[in-house]
Design a protein around this ligand. Structure first.
Ligand code: F6P
Length: 318
């Protein structure tokens, strides 16, 4: 009998539950035995397993977060931690592990696969920073940021203010760029492009001359200190400026239809490829095509920014 385990790891992303549901239901449909691992890699080391049934994943497709919980495990990054985890899996006769998570989790999974276990990755991260694929949770996060921009725009216009909105992204500008374009931001600062502070100031000045009632500036985390930016704008433009750091509201919430469908598709495919004998791959989805890509290739890849989207933002915000 084929036995597999599934876990979620790293920052939670909306749609992880839909992916767990798809893995469990497809596995049972195929006659496999499937275990859920609680609290990510930490649970793997602690032997925190639960045999899953059809009922264990009922009523979760619409829920944000992850019912299996998650962790950022330091112990799992050590060889001794991974050996304990491997023993725990082998004692139950489990030879396949499905990891739902982001770049760090997939790198951990790749290291683990070198001990002999078959590791299959499912991309899930609001950062959307995994190469060759869209990640579960990104679409929901973009829409959450977008809703925040819309609300902030109302108050910005009412008071005639400049708003700086900081969004997550962890060294990747995908979330800031997508939300910034969709939200009609005046300026977008992302890690892939050197911040042009004079350009931000010029744009505010041009807007004011044309009688614009507000300016929205989106800043991806760690690209530029938002309070420093606020002080510079105040000094150079004499405008009233406010800062909003969106933080973890970007991670939760009910997944969008796009994320639920992506999660259901990738979750089902992860089990299908195990049945077909695939080893140590990521299940990727790009331009509506499903691909299996060696984990080794994923963890060394660097996502390239959609420069054309940045150009659209630049031109449309004149
Ligand atoms: O990777 C997802 C992410 O939300 C990043 O965008 C952010 O930098 C980080 O996780 C925050 O992590 P934590 O929840 O551990 O503070």
């Amino acid at each position: 009998m084929t036995k597999l385990a599934v876990l979620t790891s790293g920052g939670d992303a909306s749609g992880m539950n839909a992916a767990i549901r798809a893995v469990v239901r497809t596995a049972i449909y195929k006659g496999f035995e499937v275990y859920g691992v609680k609290q990510g890699f930490d649970g793997l080391i602690e032997g925190n397993f639960e045999k899953m049934s059809l009922g264990s994943v009922a009523d979760i497709i619409q829920r944000g977060g992850t019912v299996l919980q998650t962790s950022r495990s330091d112990v799992f990054m050590t060889e001794s931690g991974q050996k304990i985890a491997l023993d725990n899996l082998l004692q139950l006769g489990i030879e396949h592990l499905i990891i739902i998570g982001g770049n760090g989790s997939l790198a951990g999974g790749y290291a683990f696969s070198k001990l002999g276990l078959n590791v299959i990755g499912i991309p899930a991260s609001i950062d959307n920073d995994i190469v060759y694929t869209n990640s579960i949770g990104f679409d929901t996060a973009v829409n959450t940021v977008l809703e925040a921009i819309n609300r902030i725009r109302d108050t910005a216009t009412s008071h005639g203010r400049v708003f700086i909105i900081e969004v997550m992204g962890h060294n990747c500008g995908e979330l800031a760029l997508a939300a910034g374009v969709a939200g009609g931001a005046e300026s977008i600062l992302i890690p892939e492009i050197e911040p042009d502070i004079n350009g931000v100031i010029d744009k505010i000045g041009q807007g004011t001359k044309r009688g614009k009632l507000h300016s929205i500036i989106i800043v991806a985390e760690d690209v530029y200190p938002v309070d420093k930016l606020k002080d510079i704008i105040k000094e150079k433009t004499a405008q009233d400026v406010r800062v909003t750091i969106l933080g973890h509201v970007q991670r939760g919430g009910t997944p969008t239809a796009v994320d639920r469908i992506l999660a259901s598709t990738l979750g089902k495919e992860a089990v299908e490829v195990i049945a077909e004998g695939a080893k140590n791959v990521l299940i990727a989805s790009y331009n509506n095509k499903l691909l299996t890509i060696p984990l080794a290739e994923i963890i060394h890849g660097q996502k390239t920014l959609k420069l054309e989207l940045f150009e659209i933002a630049r031109i449309l915000s004149i």
